[in-house]
Write a protein that binds this ligand. Structure first.
Ligand SMILES: *[C@@H]1O[C@H](CO)[C@@H](O)[C@H](O)[C@H]1NC(C)=O
Ligand SMILES: *[C@@H]1O[C@H](CO)[C@@H](O)[C@H](O)[C@H]1NC(C)=O
Ligand SMILES: *[C@@H]1O[C@H](CO)[C@@H](O)[C@H](O)[C@H]1NC(C)=O
Ligand SMILES: *[C@@H]1O[C@H](CO)[C@@H](O)[C@H](O)[C@H]1NC(C)=O
Ligand SMILES: *[C@@H]1O[C@H](CO)[C@@H](O)[C@H](O)[C@H]1NC(C)=O
Ligand SMILES: *[C@@H]1O[C@H](CO)[C@@H](O)[C@H](O)[C@H]1NC(C)=O
Ligand SMILES: *[C@@H]1O[C@H](CO)[C@@H](O)[C@H](O)[C@H]1NC(C)=O
Ligand SMILES: *[C@@H]1O[C@H](CO)[C@@H](O)[C@H](O)[C@H]1NC(C)=O
Length: 403
C-alpha cells in the first residue's frame, strides 16, 4: 500500500510539474518575441549590435544583457555602449516583469513609449546618455511604486520637468540633468522624502529656486547649476538639508548673499557656488561646516575679507575665491591648513604679504594669486612637497627670488 501511494504521489508530482511548465511556455513565447521586436526597433536602419539575440525558443535568457527569473520571465535588461540609433518600441510593455531596465549610451532616440507604464515592477530605470526627445512622459511612472532609480541624464528631453514622480515613495536617485528641460523646478519635489540624489544640472530651468527643497531630509547630493538661470538667490532653507554632502549651484545666475544657514550643514564636504552674481561678505558661519573639503566661491561679486573663523576648516583641500572683490590680508592660517592643495584667489584686491608658511604642509599643488596688490617676499617653502604644478604670482608687487 505504502509503495503504491508513493508512486502515485510521484506521478502526481510529475503532472504538477508539467502544469507548472505550461504557463511558463506561454510567457516564454511573448518575452522572446518582445526581445526580438525590441532588437529590431532599437537597432534601427543603420545600427548594429545584439548579434546573439536570435530566434530560438529556449535560450533567450542567456542573450547578452538579459536576465530571467526562475519562470523564464525577463527581469533585467542591461544594454549599454552600442551603436543602436533606433528607438524603444511599444512592445517593451510586454516585458512586464522587468525590475532593472538599463539602456545607456546607445544613441537611442525618439519618444519614450507610453507602454513603459506597464513595467510596474521597475526598481531601476536608466536611459542616460542617449538622444531621447520631446517631453518626458511623467505619466509612465505613476504605477511604478517600486522605482528607486530614475536616471535620464544626458538626453534631448524638452518641456517641463515631470511632476508625476512626486508620488514615487521609494525614489532615491533622480537624475534629469543634461537635457533641455525648461520652466521651474516643481515646489512639490520636496515631497519625494526618500530622495538621496537630485540632479537637475545643465538644463534650461528658470524661476525661483524652491525653498521647499530644504525639506528633503535624506538628500546627500544636490546638483542644480550650469545653464539653468534662476531668478533670486540661494534659499536659506537649504540649511535644513541635514544629510547633504555635496551642493553644486554653480553658474546658474544666482543673486543675493550666501545664506549663513549653510554653515549648519555638518556633513557637507563640497560647496560649489561659483560663477553667479552673489554679493556681500563670505559668512564667517561657513566655518561650522566641519566636513568641508572643497569650497569654490569664485566669479561672484563677493567683498570683505577671508573670515578668520576659516582657520577651523581643517579638512579644506580646495579653496577657490578668484574673481571677486575680496580685500585685506591673506590670513596666516591659510598657510597652516594641513590638507590644502589648491588655493586660487586671482583678480581680487588682496594686500600685504603671503603667509610665509604656504607650502609647508607638503601638499600644495596649485597656487594662483595673479592680479592682487600683494607684496613682500615670495614664501620660501612653496615647493617643499614636490607637488606644485601651477604657481602664478603675476601682477603683484613681490620682491625677492622665486622659490
Ligand atoms: C538590479 O540592479 C541592482 C543594482 O545594480 C542590483 O543590485 C540588482 O541585483 C539588480 N536586480 C536584478 C533583478 O537584476
Ligand atoms: C550593466 O552592465 C555593465 C557592464 O556591461 C555593468 O557595469 C553595470 O553595473 C550593469 N548595470 C546593472 C544595473 O546591472
Ligand atoms: C501589459 O502587460 C500585460 C501582461 O500583464 C500584457 O497582457 C499587456 O499586453 C501589456 N500591455 C502593453 C501595452 O504592453
Ligand atoms: C546609469 O548608467 C550610466 C552609464 O552606464 C552610469 O554611469 C550611471 O551611474 C547609471 N546611473 C545609476 C544611478 O546607476
Ligand atoms: C539633440 O540636441 C542637439 C542639440 O540641440 C541637436 O544638435 C541634436 O540634433 C539633437 N538630436 C536629436 C536626435 O534630437
Ligand atoms: C505638484 O505641483 C504641480 C504644479 O507645480 C501640480 O501640477 C501637481 O499636481 C502637483 N503634484 C502633487 C502630487 O502634488
Ligand atoms: C555657464 O553658463 C553659460 C550660459 O548660461 C555658458 O555659456 C557657460 O559655458 C557656462 N559655463 C560653465 C563652466 O558651465
Ligand atoms: C577630516 O579629515 C580626516 C582625515 O581625512 C577625517 O578622518 C575626518 O573625519 C574629517 N573630519 C570631518 C569632520 O569630516
Amino acid at each position: 500500500m505504502v509503495l503504491i501511494s508513493s508512486s502515485f504521489c510521484h506521478n502526481l508530482l510529475h503532472i504538477c510539474f508539467i502544469f507548472l511548465l505550461l504557463p511558463q511556455c506561454c510567457f516564454c513565447g511573448s518575452d522572446l518575441d518582445a526581445l526580438l521586436l525590441l532588437k529590431k526597433a532599437m537597432i534601427g536602419p543603420q545600427g548594429s549590435g545584439l548579434e546573439d539575440w536570435k530566434p530560438s525558443p529556449h535560450n533567450y535568457c542567456s542573450f547578452s544583457g538579459v536576465s530571467c527569473d526562475h519562470q523564464s520571465r525577463v527581469v533585467a535588461l542591461n544594454v549599454s555602449d552600442l551603436p543602436l540609433f533606433g528607438s524603444i518600441p511599444a512592445e517593451i510593455g510586454l516585458l512586464n516583469k522587468l525590475i532593472n531596465l538599463t539602456l545607456t549610451s546607445n544613441h537611442l532616440t525618439g519618444r519614450l513609449p507610453m507602454e513603459i507604464s506597464n513595467l510596474t515592477s521597475l526598481q531601476l530605470f536608466n536611459i542616460s546618455g542617449n538622444l531621447f526627445r520631446e517631453r518626458f512622459p511623467g505619466e509612465i511612472t505613476l504605477g511604478m511604486t517600486e522605482l528607486e532609480v530614475l536616471d535620464a541624464y544626458n538626453n534631448n528631453f524638452t518641456g517641463s520637468l515631470p511632476v508625476e514622480i512626486v508620488s514615487l515613495k521609494k525614489l532615491k536617485h533622480l537624475h534629469l540633468g543634461g537635457n533641455y528641460f525648461t520652466g521651474e523646478i516643481p515646489k512639490n519635489y520636496s515631497e519625494i522624502q526618500s530622495l538621496e540624489y537630485l540632479g537637475l544640472n545643465t538644463n534650461c530651468l528658470t524661476g525661483k529656486f524652491p525653498a521647499s527643497l530644504g525639506r528633503l531630509k535624506n538628500l546627500k547630493e544636490l546638483y542644480v547649476g550650469y545653464f539653468n538661470s534662476y531668478s533670486g538667490g540661494i534659499p536659506p532653507e537649504l540649511g535644513r538639508l541635514e544629510s547633504l554632502q555635496v551642493l553644486d549651484m554653480s553658474n546658474c545666475s544666482l543673486t543675493g548673499t550666501i545664506p549663513t544657514t549653510l554653515g549648519i550643514l555638518k556633513n557637507l564636504h563640497s560647496l560649489f557656488i561659483y560663477s553667479n552674481h552673489l554679493t556681500g561678505n563670505i559668512p564667517p558661519q561657513l566655518s561650522r561646516m566641519e566636513s568641508l573639503k572643497s569650497l569654490d566661491l569664485s566669479i561672484n561679486g563677493l567683498t570683505g575679507e577671508i573670515p578668520q573663523s576659516f582657520s577651523e576648516l581643517n579638512n579644506l583641500t580646495l579653496l577657490n575665491l578668484f574673481r571677486n572683490n575680496l580685500y585685506g590680508r591673506i590670513p596666516n592660517f591659510i598657510g597652516d591648513l594641513p590638507h590644502l592643495e589648491v588655493f586660487q584667489v586671482w583678480e581680487n584686491q588682496f594686500t600685504f604679504e603671503l603667509p610665509q608658511s604656504l607650502g609647508r604642509n607638503g601638499r600644495l599643488k596649485d597656487l594662483d594669486v595673479t592680479g592682487n596688490h600683494l607684496t613682500g617676499l615670495i614664501p620660501r617653502d612653496l615647493c617643499i612637497g614636490g607637488r606644485l604644478r601651477t604657481l602664478i604670482l603675476m601682477e603683484n608687487y613681490f620682491f625677492g627670488a622665486d622659490p
